[in-house]
Design a binder for this molecule. Structure first.
Ligand SMILES: Nc1ncnc2c1ncn2[C@@H]1O[C@H](COP(=O)(O)OP(=O)(O)O)[C@@H](O)[C@H]1O
Ligand SMILES: O=C(CO)[C@@H](O)[C@H](O)COP(=O)(O)O
Length: 497
């Protein structure tokens, strides 16, 4: 896990990149992968001062490499979703009066009431989730209000745990920020509001009217509205950079700070998704981001407010059985060779003559299921398939599940829909052909190394003009276009209609 920076010029060319690796550049915090996994194996935290010090280190690295801070017109950023930072009473005064002679971590060392911030990998709040769903009338009802049923990593449940285990720590806390709005606060020298999109990962925000749900707030902890502050559209200019950065690094006093957001919303911006588009990352696990106009929250998957158009939404779907499952079937049925695997896909027909399979070696997230389930054309469960049939059944089954879950969340394929594929398996054209056929939509690939970071640079530029109704798509027209790789085969039209 790293803190990263990307700078782009007016032509959207990347002019500067740098990073700080938490474990190796800040070994004094003794994290592994940037986190502490506690002895219960459920609680996972990161030291908040490590994040602050990482910002000191990256700014110093930029300064010594001659980076021209004075030219920065606007900045924005992203943080891992769901994680939270607890500012102690009196911290606001310190944040507003940072001395340019000191690194941030020295000025802010006594500012946090919780020194180890709960992060997205935490799964220690099952009882808080149960009680939140019960209060609002069930999982589907909570999803209708906040876009997701109760999840252990979601911030409201984490706050509820802190309040119930350490009420005195909660009472000493004057402000709770997300990781994203915490980082924005450092640049602003003031508490930054939470943006709608990252705010949708808390089980607290009403995704329809973008207001806090008082029922959810009250179910988590008393007086929470005041500690969270108000929310803002993700493209809002929050203000100008704090004097600290002008004096210490030479930033211009006109440099604007645009609201920070979550890493997944920032990736949606970095991949320049537009209405109707789907981004699919085929990495170790498979992740889908979808641009949705009329969401239908469900008990599987997440609906978030859209980070680049506050009238729209985005859906997020995670599938654990991605490449590792494909690798297992490749090893069993294609002698461990992707070439042989691909040949099996070309030698079998779309629809697999009615043979279908669902393959979950590990407990799946979407849906919660495990095991291998094969069905023949008569819908009868069968114990095995010939090797080529098995390979096609796996890939068609994986992509059909994605389409079904996307549509359950309100996703509609439009004539202009594109699928933007990334991750290891997006190098496999035959796999992408099945994807194009199942969705009946062309598939493009896009270079997304650092897409979240790049998305923040795009969002910073967009923030400067967003109030005049210019869209992000207009602002990033000059960026390199995605590459068309496959179009749906003619017979796919019949299969999906
Ligand atoms: N030609 C290929 N066909 C299918 N899958 C591939 C191919 N090349 C790599 N992969 C898969 O890509 C996965 C890694 O994807 P990557 O996006 O690098 O992962 P991460 O999620 O760790 O960033 C590997 O698990 C591997 O199975
Ligand atoms: O929990 C989620 C999404 O709901 C994760 O996707 C985090 O947002 C991951 O952050 P990284 O550590 O991958 O940046």
């Amino acid at each position: 896990m790293k803190l990263k920076v990307t700078a782009v010029d007016e032509q959207l060319r990347v002019t500067y990149e740098e990073n700080v690796h938490f474990d190796t550049d800040l070994p004094e915090f003794r994290t592994q992968g940037g986190v502490y996994v506690h002895s219960d194996r459920l609680t996972v935290t990161s030291p908040v001062l490590m994040w602050v010090k990482a910002l000191d280190v990256i700014l110093e690295k930029m300064k010594s490499s001659g980076f021209n801070f004075a030219q920065v017109k606007a900045l924005s950023g992203a943080g891992q979703q769901h994680g939270s930072v607890y500012w102690k009473e009196g911290a606001h005064h310190i944040l507003k009066n940072l001395s340019p002679d000191l690194p941030l971590h020295q000025s802010l060392k006594a500012c946090f009431s919780v020194s180890d911030s709960p992060i997205w990998m935490d799964s220690s709040t099952a009882s808080q989730c149960f009680s939140l769903e019960k209060t609002v009338g069930g999982a589907q009802q909570l999803a209708n209000i906040t876009g997701s049923r109760a999840y252990e990593r979601f911030t409201g449940n984490q706050i509820a745990k802190i309040y119930s285990q350490n009420p005195e720590v909660y009472i000493q806390t004057e402000r709770i920020t997300l990781v994203s709005s915490f980082a924005a606060s450092l640049f602003l020298g003031d508490y930054a509001p939470i943006d709608y999109s990252d705010g949708s990962g808390m089980n607290l925000l009403q995704i329809c009217d973008k207001r806090w749900s008082m029922t959810c707030l009250n179910a988590c902890a008393p007086g929470l509205e005041e500690k969270l502050g108000h929310t803002v559209p993700s493209s809002s200019v929050l203000g100008s950079i704090a004097p600290y950065y002008i004096q210490r690094y030479g930033f211009s006093p006109d440099c604007k700070v645009v609201a920070f957001t979550g890493d997944n919303p920032a990736s949606l911006a970095g991949m320049r998704l537009e209405e109707g588009d789907i981004a699919i990352s085929l990495g170790t696990s498979d992740t889908l981001f979808l641009w949705i106009q009329e969401p239908m929250p469900a008990t599987e998957g997440h609906i978030l407010c859209n980070p680049v158009d506050s009238r729209a939404y985005m859906a997020l779907l995670c599938f654990k059985n991605g490449s590792l499952m494909r690798e297992r079937i490749r090893d069993d049925c294609a002698s461990g060779s992707w070439d042989e695997f691909s040949k099996a896909l070309t030698s079998t027909v779309t629809g697999n003559n009615g043979n279908l399979g669902f393959y979950f070696d590990v407990m799946e997230i979407t849906p919660e299921a495990v095991g291998i389930h094969r069905f023949n054309k008569d819908n009868k469960k069968v114990p095995d398939f010939p090797k080529e049939v098995e390979i096609r059944a796996l890939i068609e089954g994986q992509f059909m599940a994605k389409r079904i879950h996307a549509e359950k969340l309100g996703y509609k394929i439009m004539p202009k829909t594109r699928i933007l594929a990334t991750g290891g398996a997006s190098h496999n054209k035959e796999i992408l052909q099945v994807l194009a056929d199942v969705f009946n939509t062309p598939v493009y690939t896009i270079d997304t190394a650092n897409s979240a970071c790049l998305g923040c640079a795009y969002r910073a530029i967009h923030g400067l003009v967003a109030e005049t109704s210019v869209s992000l798509a207009d602002v990033v027209k000059l960026a390199p276009a995605p590459r068309l790789v496959v179009t749906p085969a003619a017979e796919a039209d019949e299969m999906t209609s």
